[in-house]
Design a binder for this molecule. Structure first.
Ligand code: ADP
Length: 180
């Protein structure tokens, strides 16, 4: 019914990684697929507890997520990851280490994210109250050739989700039937 692969979300805070990945997780589970979600915020509370936001700690966090996701994928699981993963080099390192890697870039202009301010972090970051905030006071390197780009300021959650499902079906990673 499906292959094991990593579905790797990347994008700024509030761009929609968690929202879309949870929507896909529910869709895959309803189809009876084997799937797990490694959400960046959740991983930081256990697997990466104690790590901060320096480049070194961010890289360690992302490598850990990549390591676990690869273990899952090679055992036939759809491993979804939803972490900012700001550095291209580390994402590409994980891409090289795994068989099937699908990178989804959640793209959204920073002005819209600051307006959305889902977690109230942009206001604080813009006021200088949070150091090393990705997109404001820390780098974000967008992917150069992501398999899928979702423009979350122009698409609904449903449209973005369908775009990803269609891509996965076109690659033969999941079957092509329409969701119930
Ligand atoms: P992230 O996980 O990237 O930090 P979240 O998923 O927590 O981002 O927040 C994204 C916000 O943007 C949510 O409030 C969501 O409802 C909204 N949103 C609007 N359009 C979209 C879309 N097409 N895809 C995902 N989220 C969207």
């Amino acid at each position: 019914m499906h292959k094991g692969f990593i579905l790797w979300f990347t994008g700024l805070s509030g761009a929609g990684k968690s929202t879309i990945s949870e929507r896909l997780l529910a869709e895959f589970r309803s189809r009876g697929y084997k799937t797990e979600l490694l959400d960046g915020d959740v991983v930081r509370t256990h697997l990466s507890k104690g790590l901060g936001f320096s480049k070194e700690d961010r890289d360690t966090n992302i490598r850990r997520i990549g390591f676990v996701a690869d273990l899952l994928a090679r055992n036939g699981v759809i491993a979804i990851t939803a972490a900012i993963s700001p550095y291209r080099e580390i994402r590409d390192e994980i891409r090289r280490q795994t068989d099937e890697f699908v990178e989804v870039y959640c793209e959204c202009p920073i002005e819209v994210l600051a307006e959305r301010d889902v977690k109230g972090l942009y206001k604080k970051a813009l006021a200088g109250e949070i150091q090393n905030f990705t997109g404001i006071s820390d780098p974000y390197e967008p992917p150069e050739n992501p398999e899928v780009v979702v423009r979350t300021d122009r698409e609904t959650v449903e449209e973005s989700t369908q775009k990803i499902l269609e891509y996965l079906a076109s690659r033969g990673l999941i079957d092509g039937r329409q969701p119930a």
